[in-house]
Ligand binder design. Structure first.
Ligand code: NI
Length: 402
């Protein structure tokens, strides 16, 4: 029975291969920026309706999101997620399916994610009679930009409710793994990425009469030094963290002590707790240092994506199921997390789930460019692997939990 389903899913995926590739190429040639994915969403919604997905909601929560529901036997629901946005950059290289939109390119593989989830949807529609529960298909907008917050907006608008989602899985293509190899890890997977802005406000005066003012340039120097004590002296050395001040602005002439100095930077951590503590420690430090020198300050901390922390149970499940489907050596447990970010974490704050990487590197075909490179491409042979992996995870999750 088990191997019947496995083989059926594999056959359906290989029959769909050309179609999945053509969807990916269509989306690749017609990329849309974050929160503007209306044509991509329409393309997705039309396909889902054609496949026989029971409920298709376009513009979910007044965003360019598409949410589909394939209904199964019991009242249990698993979710699969893809993102649809492209990046503001010009594609280079000469592939026949190059972007037709000037200055916009799918260089993070979200075209592949969307096509793979469409493939999974079509496979699951073909198995509807046997599905033990519901599959929710989430095609989200705006993964790339912090200001429109695709995943968070959908979560706030109830994407994980009605019916309530019991687990969620998502795949991201990854050019550092060989083509077709799946990688993931339990627990910490990707970092949080937060931004901050500091203004040190002094009192401007003539450079030759510093005693009549408060020098924000000198105070800023002390603030920067003091802030670098946080990671080196307050954070447990076993917990990775980064605090970088990447921008500083102040003053306009050699003989003027300016009124203020502004600084901007980023904080990365792997734990929810730590990122909150770091922002508190930052404010305490800035407050203490500025007040010691008679200056004032403004501090704003912009919380970006939380860290991606894969649930233990769903991750053990995903690893064993995908080893069963793809072969033992095709699924690797990644040793370390990385300090990059992903808004899949917003779903993981609400429901257990696992984020996976799918290798798309093929040196023989010259496909080696990193994510966000103008030459980025994926080995399209992997697209049906992504589709069957998602379909199998959803199918088996429902079978084991209904
Ligand atoms: Ni991405």
């Amino acid at each position: 029975m088990n191997s019947d389903i496995k083989n059926k899913i594999k056959i359906l995926a290989s029959e769909l291969k050309d179609e999945i590739i053509s969807w990916r190429r269509h989306i690749h040639q017609n990329p849309e920026l974050s929160n503007e994915e209306y044509k991509t969403a329409k393309f997705v919604a039309d396909k889902l309706k054609k496949f026989g997905v029971d409920v298709v909601i376009e513009n979910f929560g007044e965003t360019p999101a598409v949410v589909g529901l394939i209904k199964g036997k019991h009242n249990i629901t698993v979710a699969l997620r893809a993102d649809m946005d492209a990046l503001p950059m010009e594609e280079k290289g000469d592939k026949p399916y190059k972007s037709k939109v000037k200055g916009v390119m799918h260089s993070c593989g979200h075209d592949a994610h969307t096509a793979m989830l469409l493939g999974a949807a079509k496979i699951l529609c073909g198995l509807k009679e046997k599905l033990q529960g519901n599959v929710k298909l989430i095609f989200q907008p705006c993964e790339e930009r912090q200001d429109c917050r695709g995943a968070r907006t959908l979560v706030e608008k109830g994407v994980l409710e009605n019916p309530k989602v019991s687990a969620i899985f998502g795949i991201h293509v990854f050019p550092e793994l060989p083509s077709g190899v799946v990688g993931t890890r339990e627990g910490h997977f990707l970092a949080s990425s937060d931004g901050f802005k500091i203004e040190v406000i002094g009192k401007g005066t003539h450079a030759s009469r510093p005693h009549l003012g408060v020098d924000p340039v000198l105070v800023s120097a002390q603030v920067i030094n003091a802030l670098h004590h946080i990671v080196s002296r307050k954070v447990d050395p076993l917990h990775p963290a980064v605090l970088t001040i990447g921008k500083i602005n102040g003053g306009f002439a050699e003989n003027i002590i300016p009124e203020s100095v502004t600084m901007e930077g980023t904080v990365r951590t792997l734990s929810l707790n730590l990122r909150e503590k770091i922002s508190e420690w930052m404010e305490e430090t800035i407050k203490g240092v500025t007040s010691a020198y008679g200056a004032e300050y403004k501090f704003s901390f912009r919380a970006g994506n939380p860290p991606v922390i894969n649930d233990k149970l769903t991750t053990r499940f995903a690893i064993s199921m995908l080893r069963d489907l793809l072969g033992e050596d095709q699924v690797v447990e990644l040793e370390n997390p990385t300090m990059g970010g992903e808004d899949f974490s917003e779903y993981l704050l609400k429901v257990p789930g696992t984020f996976l990487r799918l290798g798309v590197r093929n040196e023989k075909k010259g496909i080696t460019a990193p994510l966000h490179s103008p030459f980025f491409d994926v080995d399209e042979e992997v697209l049906p692997i992504g589709s069957q992996s998602m379909a199998y995870l959803a199918y088996k999750w429902l079978e084991e939990h209904s």
